[in-house]
Design a protein around this ligand. Structure first.
Ligand SMILES: N[C@@H](CCC(=O)N[C@@H](CS)C(=O)NCC(=O)O)C(=O)O
Length: 215
């Protein structure tokens, strides 16, 4: 059986949970609390599994996969239906661009270890850390909103009317932005898509609050 190493609040693990649910795949969980005891993901047994010491990781029949987008692309190849990438090359490139725009340009700047470095190593206050977080959300969301708003390829989801890899990334990032009370009024298309997606069982079941390790 597939085994997902994650943490309820990890937005990268949230992406993979959505993809697994959309494809109707059963999986077992291994939870790694990212702050308890200094971070369970930093323990030697987990680092042996994923040398980058990040969640998620996915085990499948002895193989260990890391990096959420690589994991979702793996699932797409191994379990093609329902597809999370469009059939046409231009559409696939657009979906990947939105996904990477979130996973590479926004998420890494606001990751736990980055936020921890800003306060613990550089000596900034919690208020300054929040300012940093909100700044990079606003900056990154502006670009993603620009990719989505007014583009005829955008539908009820990021690309057309079926969920894709892009939505697997968008929904967790909007969730996180809300958690940090970011002002999202300038990003109506992103908010609309995230709210529509949340109404689908596959997205709802992947939400942090629904996970067995949720606090
Ligand atoms: N690019 C990676 C990001 C993974 C990642 O940053 N995971 C976070 C949780 S969302 C993490 O494990 N953070 C631990 C830390 O910052 O120490 C992916 O997409 O899988």
């Amino acid at each position: 059986m597939l085994k997902l190493h994650g943490y309820f609040r990890s937005s990268a693990a949230y992406r993979v949970r959505i993809a697994l649910n959309l494809k109707g795949l059963a999986y077992e969980n291994a939870f790694h609390h990212l702050t308890r005891g200094g971070g369970e993901h930093l323990r030697p047994d987990y680092v042996a599994l994923n040398p980058q010491a990040l969640v998620p990781a996915l085990e499948d029949d002895g193989a260990v996969l890391t990096q959420s987008l690589a994991i979702i692309e793996y699932l797409e190849e191994r379990f093609p239906e329902p597809a999370l990438l469009p059939k046409d090359a231009v559409g696939r490139a657009r979906v990947r661009a939105i996904a990477l725009g979130i996973a590479c340009e926004i998420h890494p700047l606001n990751n736990l270890r980055v936020l921890g470095y800003v306060t613990k190593e550089l000596g900034h206050s919690d208020a300054e850390r929040t300012k940093w977080y909100r700044h990079w959300i606003a900056d990154g969301f502006k670009g993603i909103e620009g990719l989505l708003a007014g583009n005829p390829a955008t539908g009820s989801f990021c690309h057309g009317d079926k969920p894709t890899l892009a939505d697997c990334c968008l929904v967790p990032q909007v969730f996180n932005a809300r958690r940090f009370d970011c002002d999202l009024t300038a990003f109506p298309t992103m908010v609309r898509i995230a709210e529509h997606a949340a109404s689908l069982p596959a997205f709802a079941a992947a939400a942090p609050g629904k996970q067995p390790d949720a606090e």
